[in-house]
Design a protein around this ligand. Structure first.
Ligand SMILES: [Fe+2]
Length: 534
């Protein structure tokens, strides 16, 4: 979502509403004890080359992603002064021990200029539920040793995920990435986008934070621009460490393209300012995203980021792209309910329904939809839509999903969201004002967990926005938790019987720190489709 949205239209308030506002209260913070989790080896930070301060040619670190039970994608980039047109030979190794002695597989790959000297290897024949270590070698130089983990086999008893989004480089330090890196026991990091921001230096997120200048200093428009922007972000040591410690499962939001993107354009795409045609820019952004992210690429042409991950009988994590394939944002109330408008595109929507149906029929305990924008209805009856970029602006598309859940008896669904630079926990009801009981959760069909920003400016940072948080708490009966002031992430623990979501916030992004504190904790018991304080 957008920096413009930070001004989503304020609703005219009656005097009485203001009085209600004063009476509104937030959900209390629960204080159950932390999970210990299943510990695996935590690698200690490794010493870079003392002469250069970097790992030789591997100065953008290593990463892994898209784990399956038998395979995982490994990533690195080779930086060379020569950048030969023939490419640079790289060896990769994956091992079962952190000292890389017990090598399970190895191979060679070429870092080529047509992929910006990034390298991706989809390593197969691995064992399920195992921690692996990996490194790349170029000449006499070795990359940092990364750690990754395959998805569990069918009998998985628990899993732990971190939900992240919205890391704006000029806004502040990536302390949230550091906190996530410090956790030894994550199965995967789920990143729902705004991994980079396209804006030119000084346009957004600057001024209040430390001096962190995103290269190129102009707005990212071309393939070269996007590549350089990713390189800037991936130079950050805290982001590098998060990638080195955990596999990522990522999808983009709008700022990997440009603000408020949709399938045919974006509010921040301006051909009249020399930014060219949209298909060219979109293809450039997509190509750079695939080059720089540890994502398993779908065959065929065209944007295709939706894909799913099965954590045994515990979870089907269904990752959706609600950005690259959607119809244009509307301003007309008739358009919000127009059944012809789509958030997912026809192919992805059909795929989603197939995934949900087969997951429910397989008896998988939980279904998570990892996606970008707030799904639950947050516009009270009679109010103007708060933001047409959210699912509230695509109500017919949302109704199709809810109809499917109801008609096919698909239960135990959690929507994982980001984009809003604030922390939200909600029950998802078709009509929270008429078909939902706040006291019991009756009428709720699923739950939603929305992660705050890693560093981007908080949604409720301005005085006018700050006034809205208590109003939303008052007028949204299905809203369980809302914090609009802090950066952080959501830690999600699953067992066959329940999920627990803990919102962790960091104290600052103005200096580097790995401090954090739990701000809220909710559980959803299997079969309940509702959140209650832990
Ligand atoms: Fe964002």
């Amino acid at each position: 979502m957008t920096c413009d949205l930070y001004d989503f239209p304020i609703v005219a308030l009656s005097r009485r509403q203001f009085i209600w506002q004063a009476a509104a209260s937030s959900v209390g913070v629960a204080t159950t004890k932390l999970h210990e989790g299943e510990w695996s080896y935590l690698l200690h930070a490794q010493s870079p080359d003392s002469s250069t301060g970097t790992f030789g040619p591997f100065r953008h670190g290593v990463a892994s992603g898209d784990p399956l039970t038998d395979r995982v994608v490994l990533w690195t980039r080779v930086t060379s002064n020569e950048s030969p047109s023939t490419g640079i030979d790289v060896e990769w190794r994956i091992a079962t021990d952190p000292s890389m002695d017990a090598v399970a597989a190895r191979g060679n790959v070429r870092a080529a200029s047509e992929h910006d000297f990034t390298v991706k290897v989809d390593v197969g024949d691995l064992r399920p539920g195992r921690t692996y270590y990996y490194a790349f070698y170029a000449g006499a130089q070795r990359s940092p040793i990364g750690r990754t983990k395959t998805l569990p086999a069918a009998d998985a008893a628990r899993a732990r995920l971190a939900l992240l989004c919205c890391s704006n480089y000029p806004s502040g330090f990536f302390n949230v990435y550091r906190c996530v890196a410090n956790r030894a026991d994550l199965d995967a990091v789920v990143h729902v986008g705004d991994y980079i921001y396209e804006f030119e230096n000084g346009r957004y997120g600057d001024g209040a934070g430390p001096l962190r200048i995103p290269e190129p200093r102009r707005e990212a428009v071309s393939l070269s621009d996007y590549r350089i922007r990713y390189a800037t972000y991936r130079s950050d040591p805290d982001l590098q460490e998060a990638h080195r410690q955990h596999p990522f499962i990522a999808v983009w939001d709008d700022h990997e393209l440009t603000n408020d993107a949709w399938s045919g354009g974006a509010s921040n795409h301006n051909p009249e300012q020399g930014e060219g045609d949209w298909p060219t820019r979109q293809a450039a952004a997509y190509r750079a995203y695939l080059e720089w992210m540890p994502i398993r690429e779908a065959p065929g042409a065209g944007i295709h980021l939706y894909r799913s991950f099965r954590f045994g009988s515990l979870l089907d994590l269904i990752m959706l792209d609600t950005r690259g394939l959607r119809d244009r944002q509307a301003n007309d109330p008739a358009a919000f309910v127009d059944p012809k408008r789509t958030m997912l595109g026809a192919a992805q929507e059909a795929w989603l329904f197939d995934e949900l149906r087969s997951s429910q029929r397989a008896g998988t305990a939980w279904r998570f939809l990892g996606q970008q924008v707030l799904f639950a209805r947050v516009t009270p009856p009679g109010w103007p839509v708060l933001s047409s970029d959210l699912w509230d602006g695509y109500q017919a598309a949302r109704d199709r999903v809810l109809d499917f859940l109801a008609n096919e008896s698909v239960r135990d669904v959690a929507v994982l969201s980001g984009d809003l630079h604030s922390s939200w926990a909600l029950d998802i009801a078709r009509d929270p004002w008429r078909q939902y009981q706040p006291a019991t959760g009756e009428g709720s069909m699923a739950v939603e967990l929305l992660a705050p920003a890693i560093s981007s400016p908080p949604l409720f940072a301005t005085p006018s926005m700050r006034e809205r948080a208590p109003l939303l708490r008052t007028f949204l009966p299905h809203l369980k938790f809302l914090d609009g002031d802090n950066r952080g992430y959501v830690l999600i623990d699953l067992t066959p019987k329940q999920i627990q979501a803990d919102w962790y916030h960091v104290p600052t992004v103005l200096e580097r720190t790995d401090g954090e504190a739990r701000a809220a904790s909710f559980v959803c018991e299997k079969g309940s489709s509702r959140l209650v304080p832990a």
